[in-house]
Design a protein around this ligand. Structure first.
Ligand SMILES: NC(=O)C1=CN([C@@H]2O[C@H](COP(=O)(O)OP(=O)(O)OC[C@H]3O[C@@H](n4cnc5c(N)ncnc54)[C@H](O)[C@@H]3O)[C@@H](O)[C@H]2O)C=CC1
Ligand SMILES: O=C(O)C1=N[C@H](C(=O)O)C[C@H](O)C1
Length: 309
């Protein structure tokens, strides 16, 4: 494994451009941090890594993986950049190397719901700011780990600007008109690619706002999760996007059935989240440079600050 070898600190092209045009001040470097993405082996991690490169930020050429030691997997390439895979058994060693070679880095996590808390605690313990894009886990514990370590973090199940704006609108509606949908019944259906492990984190967030608007008796487990091809096609997912989509429909019906509201957000592919991820990284770098008192944010905070491009 190349981790053992000493490499001179790289001079990333994007940072070098900044340094040349902005007088090489430490703040210009801080505001465009190197980014480590865990895991570039996954669909979302791969897409976010491409967006990082597109944005001219330096992609750290190491990525944590869910593969165990001994499993034969080869390293991967992101937009022509070779990225070395690091199994869990060597992740601390890798993080020590990465922190040394890429000072000021920000970490992005797109892994699996079952490792959200372990990963958040790992980043917090290492004092590295992180964007937790992975859904699931105990979200309060993720925030608590970052707070306790004094580490900046954006924790959000949804990074897509326009969907985040919809979430924000629902939060505002809940604050302004609590109880407006009292007595209404709710159904929620979401469809994602077949191997999405958990129920939509975005749907859960929107349902939380709908509860504040008066919807009663609706549990997260009532969200209808579609993962089969037939159900996906029936919901209107284009056939060539069965492998990468996020369709959501929320239906509110009045007690006598005379009024119905439907909210939908349908996304194919992953670029909307990947671009939002870069915005979250830049937002965290800014918060760190400002030494902001608040440490833990969500994407609505990023949107409200005008930091979503
Ligand atoms: N916040 C947002 O806007 C979005 C969030 N997501 C969420 O991101 C997560 C990942 O989604 P996908 O990329 O589609 O899944 P995926 O299954 O394609 O990728 C997950 C990757 O994580 C790796 N992994 C598993 N355990 C790991 C560990 N302990 N350390 C490092 N890597 C590990 C796996 O090997 C796999 O390559 C899901 O929770 C999904 O809901 C997805 C899209 C947008
Ligand atoms: O796994 C996905 O794909 C997505 N996950 C997020 C979620 O669970 O809300 C965001 C979006 O729905 C895509």
């Amino acid at each position: 494994m190349r981790l053992q070898h000493h490499h001179p600190r790289p001079a990333p092209h994007a940072v070098a451009v900044d340094a040349a045009t902005q007088g090489n001040s430490s703040s210009s470097l801080d505001l465009r941090p190197p980014v480590m993405i865990n895991s570039c082996t996954g669909r979302m991690g791969h897409s976010a890594a491409e967006a990082v490169v597109r944005a001219g930020l330096q992609l750290v050429p190491f990525t944590l993986t869910g593969f165990s030691a001994g499993v034969a997997v080869s390293n991967i390439g992101i937009s022509g950049i070779p990225v070395e895979l690091v199994g869990k058994e060597r992740r601390q060693e890798a993080m020590d190397v990465v922190k040394d070679r890429y000072p000021g880095l920000v970490v992005v996590d797109y892994t699996m719901p079952n490792c959200v808390n372990d990963n958040a605690e790992f980043y917090a313990r290492n004092g590295v700011p992180f964007v937790m894009g992975t859904t699931g886990g105990d979200r309060a514990k993720v925030a608590a780990a970052a707070e306790a370590a004094g580490v900046y973090a954006v924790v959000a199940p949804q990074m897509g600007k326009q969907v985040v704006a919809f979430q924000a609108m629902m939060e505002v509606m809940a604050q302004q008109y609590p109880g407006v949908f009292t007595g209404y019944s709710l159904t929620v259906t979401e469809s994602h690619q077949r191997n999405k492990a958990d129920v939509s984190g975005t749907a859960k967030a929107v349902v939380a706002s709908l509860r504040q608007m008066g919807v009663e008796g609706f549990k997260d487990s009532d969200i209808r999760k579609i993962r089969d091809r037939e159900g996906q096609l029936q919901m209107g997912v284009p056939e060539d996007h069965l492998g990468g989509h996020a369709f959501h429909t929320y239906t509110l019906t009045s007690p006598d059935g005379s009024v119905q509201f439907k909210f939908k957000h349908n996304v194919v592919e992953r670029s909307i989240y990947a671009e939002g991820t870069v915005d979250a990284v830049l937002f965290l770098a800014k918060k760190r440079a400002e030494a902001a008192k608040e440490k833990v944010y969500n994407m609505v905070d990023v949107l409200l600050e005008g930091s979503l491009r």
